[in-house]
Design a protein around this ligand. Structure first.
Ligand code: RFL
Length: 387
């Protein structure tokens, strides 16, 4: 079994296969240091934590993660809080930076005898639709190589080799939501004990705790913006303005240690199985980070794939593999639908047009029903924490 990519999807899958006694190797383009320090997600859904606990992979997050169940919306009409942990299914997030989770998973995999080939870039997957697959690679020293396997798991993200190797006729649903965020990491403690979503005429701003010392902020920005156009003074001034710091309290400032632009797109491959090639995580579907679903879907799909592969390879039962794609796509489309709803709640139309006032009136009404309707709040909580 060859797994492409040592992100959350690839490493959960690798660990589960290893403990089922299935021989596998992970091919990873980057260095171990890069994999262990790449900051992205932070909000793990309750079901993600249950999966990791079920397989003994949750020691780090149990020790250092913090549960979280409140978000605060700030608009020109005022602010309100939703204790989503007490609504809907009563589930909480655990805040644990993705790079810490990936680091835990990697240590566990290697300590258990799992093999990871770092600096090995998959170039293409050949032969998968009709027969045994092989993966062509560029080794760390630049030489070409080839790995043969019974199955290949494409867990190499949105720009990986698995996606490039899909047979003609594969459906790729793609939607550009026309919204971009400047994603920031500040070496500063969180400024509020809630996820902060601020809707402002200058654009969206977001606040999400990561650790007691580090906070993620987002600022909606124009498509094509260079992060260099945002010096620290400009970032803090804009965050103060959009988060309405004068009214609701100052933000804790600190050095901005990372900045990058995220364009919000949805991209779903259908089906997720092509003979002996299976896609999981961002390779299967890219989702806007507006509702923090990507890493959670990656872990869920990795568990479903590991179970199905184990049934096939250990017990000779191929039913799970046959159903893998359809099962994952149900979860993926549900998450896409909710993320799109969040995008519409938090942003105006992509460009000023004749319907701007209409869009803004709908957005305000959506926010108001979230503030006042218990049924709406339960629906929000169930979708916000659930995968
Ligand atoms: P990853 O994490 O991208 O890992 C893929 C791995 O594959 C390697 N790779 C290759 N290796 C070999 N050959 C090739 N040709 C290769 N091409 C790539 C890469 O080096 C990498 O190590 O995919 P995976 O495992 O599917 O995990 C997906 C998640 O990382 C992603 O969905 C989340 O980070 C999305 N996301 C969030 N998700 C959440 O659930 N909660 C959040 O709070 C959240 N916040 C975020 C996010 C994504 C963000 N960005 C940067 C898009 C915040 C941000 C800013």
């Amino acid at each position: 079994m060859v797994i492409l990519g040592a992100g959350p999807a690839g490493l959960v899958l690798g660990n589960l296969l290893l403990s089922a006694g299935i021989d596998c190797v992970v091919l990873e383009r980057a260095t171990p240091a890069h994999v262990r320090t790449r900051a992205r997600a932070g909000f793990l859904a309750a079901n993600t934590v249950r999966i990791l606990e079920r397989h003994g992979l949750a020691d780090g997050l149990r020790r250092h993660g913090r549960t979280h169940g409140t978000c605060e919306f700030r608009t020109g009409d005022g602010r309100f809080r939703l204790d989503y942990g007490a609504l809907g299914g009563g589930e909480l997030h655990t805040v644990y930076p993705q790079q810490h989770l990936v680091s835990d998973l990697l240590t566990r995999f290697q300590d258990g005898g799992g093999r990871v080939r770092f600096g090995t870039e998959a170039v293409g997957v050949l032969g998968a639709p009709s027969g045994p697959p092989s993966v062509t690679v560029r080794e760390a020293d630049g030489r070409p190589g080839r790995w043969r396997a019974r199955y290949v798991a494409g867990c190499d993200g949105r720009h990986g080799a698995a996606r490039r190797s899909l047979p003609p006729g594969t459906v790729r649903h793609h939607r550009d939501h026309g919204v971009s965020w400047l994603g920031l990491l500040a070496e500063a403690p969180p400024s509020l004990d809630a996820v902060g979503y601020a809707v402002h005429e200058r654009g969206f701003a977001g606040h999400m705790a990561r650790t007691p010392e580090v906070t993620r902020y987002y600022l909606q920005c124009a498509r094509g913006t260079s992060p260099d156009a945002w010096p620290e003074d400009r970032i803090w001034a804009e965050l103060d303005l959009r988060m309405r710091a004068e009214e609701y309290g100052p933000l804790h400032r600190g050095p901005i240690v990372e900045r990058g632009v995220v364009d919000h797109v949805s991209d779903v491959v259908e089906p997720l199985r092509h003979g002996s090639l299976f896609l999981a995580g961002d390779a299967a579907s890219v989702i806007s980070p507006s509702a923090a679903k990507g890493a959670n879907l990656a872990v869920l799909e990795a568990e479903l794939l590991a179970r199905a592969l184990t049934d096939e390879l250990v017990h000779g039962d191929g039913e799970g593999l046959a159903r893998y794609s359809a099962r994952c796509l149900t979860h993926i489309w549900r998450a896409q639908e909710f993320s799109q709803w969040m995008l519409r709640l938090l942003h105006g139309p992509p460009a000023a047009d004749g319907e701007t006032m209409f869009h803004n009136a709908l957005r305000r009404t959506r926010m108001e029903s979230l503030r006042t309707s218990r049924t709406r709040q339960d629906w929000f909580a169930e979708n916000y924490v659930g995968v």
